[in-house]
Design a protein around this ligand. Structure first.
Ligand code: F6P
Length: 509
C-alpha cells in the first residue's frame, strides 16, 4: 500500500467522533443529505430510498473517503469494469455481469442479448408445452449457481409460480430427496446449473436426479435436462442435448451470474416479462453507479460507511435484516457476494492488506430476529452496523395491520439502537449510538429486487477498490476441495485429528 493511501486511512482514523444524537442535533439537513433515491421508472416498483443518516458518516469523513477513492483510482477501475477490461488479474478475466443487463462493452452486451434470446425461446417452449407437460423444475447448483435463483424465486414467485421450482444445492442427499418428494417425475424438468460443469456436489446431485427420472420410468431422462453453464462442451460430454444448453460467458463470475442463464428457473417461475424487469431494475442501478461521482453515488457512499466501521471502528460483522418475508434468503445471498468477494488478505497485486477486509455478513428476517438476536445488537459488546430493508407496499393480502406492525417495528429498531436509554438499573440500560442504514423500497417487485442486488454488487466492488483487493477471484475455497479430493482417492495421510475422524466414520482404515 503506498504512503499516500496509508496516510489517507490515518486521516480517517483521526477524524473526531461524535455520537449519532449529536450529529443530528448539529445538522438539521442530515437526513436529506445522507438519503438518496433511485427511481426505477413507472410500472417498475417506483423507487428505493437509501437512508444512511443513522450512520456516523460526516462531511469531513466523506471528504476523506472521497480523497481515498481518488488515490485508489476508483473512477478508473469503475470505467475499466464497465469497459470489459481485465479487472480480475489473478484469473486474467473481465467481470461483465453488467453487460447481461445491457450496460457494458457493446460486443459483450450483444453477445449477452443473443444468449438471452436463446433462453427466451426455451422458456417459451417450456411454458407453451413444447417440452411436454412441465409442472415442476428441480434446479441443481451450488453457491452462485443456486443462491440467486433461490432468492429470486422465493421473493417473486410466492403466489403465482408458473412452474413449481425447487432449488437444490447441498450434496447431502436429504436435500434432493425433499425435492423428489414434492415433484412428479413425469412432469419435472431438471436444470443443472454450474459455471464450470465440474462441481462435485452439483454433478453428483445431477446424476442422482437422472437416476430418479430413470427409476420412475421417464423415457429419455437426459432429454429432461437443461444445462446452464459457461462450459457447454462439458455439458455435451455429460449427455445434455445441445439444444438444451444455455451458455453464459466465462467473464461472468458465479456469484454475479443470476442475470445470465443461471436465472433460467426464475424466468420459468415468474415469466419472461418480469425477468426483463428484474434486469431493467439492475440496469437502472448500473447507470446510477456508472454516472454518479463521489458521495452522491449511493453504492460508493454505502461502501464508505462499511469501511468506516470495519477499518476505523473495528466492527467485525455487518448485519442485514429484511423486514420482508420475501427477502428471507437475502442475507444468504449477500454472504456469498460479500464474503467470497472481499474476504481476502492480500491486495490485487499480492501484497498483504493494510487492514481488515470484508466483515462477516450475517442477518435474518424481521420481526423474527428481534425475538432472537436483537438482544446482542442493543446491549451486547459488539459494534454491528445494520442494514434494514423494507417495502412500503405490503406483500400480503391480509389485514393491513400485519404490514403496519412490520414496518413500525423496522423503524422502531433503528430508532432504539440509535437513541438508547439510560436507566439506573444497568441491566435495563441501552447504550445507544448504534448505527444502521435503511433501504426502503416503494414496492418489492422484480425491478426492485434486481436493483437491490445490483446495489449490493456495486457496493461490494467499491469496498474492494478502496481496500485495493480483487473482488472477483475466490481461491480461498480451493484448498478444502483439494483435500476432499485426496480423501476420496485414498492413500493420503492427514493430521492425527483428521485421521481419527476419517477412521471413526469408516472412511479410512
Ligand atoms: O466453491 C466456490 C464456487 O466456485 C463459487 O464461486 C461458485 O459460485 C460455486 O462454487 C459453484 O461453482 P459452479 O457454478 O462452477 O458449479
Amino acid at each position: 500500500m503506498d504512503e499516500a493511501r496509508t496516510k489517507a486511512w490515518q486521516m480517517l482514523s483521526l477524524q473526531p467522533r461524535a455520537t449519532l444524537a449529536t450529529l443530528f442535533e448539529r445538522d438539521p439537513g442530515r437526513v436529506e443529505r445522507l438519503s438518496g433515491r433511485i427511481e426505477l421508472g413507472e410500472g417498475e416498483g417506483g423507487g428505493i430510498l437509501f437512508d444512511w443518516s443513522k450512520t456516523h458518516l460526516t462531511d469531513a469523513l466523506l471528504d476523506d473517503f472521497e480523497a481515498l477513492a481518488d488515490l485508489a483510482g476508483f473512477e478508473a477501475m469503475r470505467a475499466r469494469m464497465f469497459a470489459g477490461d481485465i479487472v480480475n488479474p489473478t484469473e486474467n478475466r473481465a467481470a461483465e455481469h453488467t453487460a447481461l443487463r445491457g450496460v457494458g462493452k457493446d460486443t459483450s452486451v450483444e453477445e449477452a442479448e443473443a444468449l438471452r434470446e436463446r433462453m427466451r425461446l426455451l422458456v417459451h417452449a417450456v411454458h407453451e408445452g413444447g417440452l411436454g407437460e412441465v409442472r415442476h423444475l428441480i434446479h441443481i447448483g451450488i453457491g452462485g449457481s443456486a443462491l440467486g435463483p433461490a432468492l429470486a424465486v422465493d421473493a417473486l414467485a410466492r403466489d403465482l409460480a408458473l412452474v413449481d421450482v425447487h432449488v437444490v444445492s447441498n450434496i447431502d442427499g436429504v436435500a434432493l430427496e425433499s425435492a423428489f418428494a414434492a415433484c412428479d417425475p413425469a412432469t419435472t424438468l431438471i436444470a443443472v446449473a454450474s459455471k464450470t460443469f465440474t462441481t462435485i456436489e452439483t454433478m453428483t446431485n445431477a446424476a442422482s436426479a437422472l437416476k430418479w427420472l430413470d427409476d420412475s420410468g421417464v423415457p429419455d431422462p437426459h432429454g429432461r435436462v437443461i444445462a446452464l453453464t459457461a462450459a457447454p462442451d462439458r455439458a455435451v460430454q455429460w449427455g445434455v442435448d445441445e439444444t438444451r444448453i444455455l451458455p453464459f460467458s466465462e467473464s461472468v463470475g458465479g456469484r454475479y451470474s443470476i442475470w445470465s442463464s443461471i436465472g433460467f428457473p426464475v424466468t420459468v417461475a415468474i415469466g419472461w416479462e418480469d425477468f426483463e424487469a428484474f434486469l431493467a431494475g439492475a440496469a437502472t442501478v448500473d447507470a446510477h453507479f456508472r454516472d454518479t461521482s463521489g458521495r452522491a453515488n449511493l453504492c460508493l457512499r454505502a461502501a464508505f460507511a462499511d469501511l468506516y466501521y470495519a477499518r476505523i471502528r473495528g466492527a467485525e460483522t455487518r448485519a442485514c435484516f429484511a423486514y420482508d418475508q420475501r427477502l428471507a434468503l437475502l442475507p444468504d445471498y449477500l454472504q456469498q457476494l460479500e464474503m467470497e468477494s472481499n474476504g481476502k488478505s492480500v491486495t490485487a497485486s499480492g501484497e498483504a492488506v493494510d487492514g481488515p477486509t470484508a466483515p462477516i455478513t450475517w442477518g435474518g428476517v424481521g420481526t423474527d430476529a428481534q425475538h432472537a438476536v436483537f438482544q446482542l445488537l442493543h446491549q451486547g459488546t459488539h459494534l454491528v452496523p445494520i442494514d434494514f430493508i423494507a417495502s412500503i407496499a405490503p406483500g400480503d393480502n391480509l389485514d393491513p395491520a400485519h404490514h403496519r406492525i412490520l414496518l413500525m417495528n423496522c423503524f422502531a429498531q433503528g430508532a432504539a439502537l440509535m437513541a438508547g436509554r439510560v436507566s439506573e438499573d444497568p441491566a435495563r440500560s441501552y447504550p445507544g449510538d448504534r448505527p444502521s442504514a435503511t433501504i426502503l423500497c416503494d414496492d418489492l417487485d422484480a425491478a426492485t429486487l434486481g436493483a437491490l442486488i445490483a446495489f449490493h454488487e456495486h457496493r461490494t466492488f467499491c469496498n474492494a477498490v478502496l481496500m485495493g483487493i480483487n473482488p472477483f477471484d475466490q481461491f480461498g475455497v480451493e484448498l478444502g476441495k483439494e483435500i476432499a479430493g485426496q480423501i476420496e482417492k485414498g492413500g493420503a495421510s492427514f493430521d492425527p485429528s483428521t485421521q481419527a475422524l476419517l477412521k471413526a466414520a469408516g472412511l479410512q482404515r
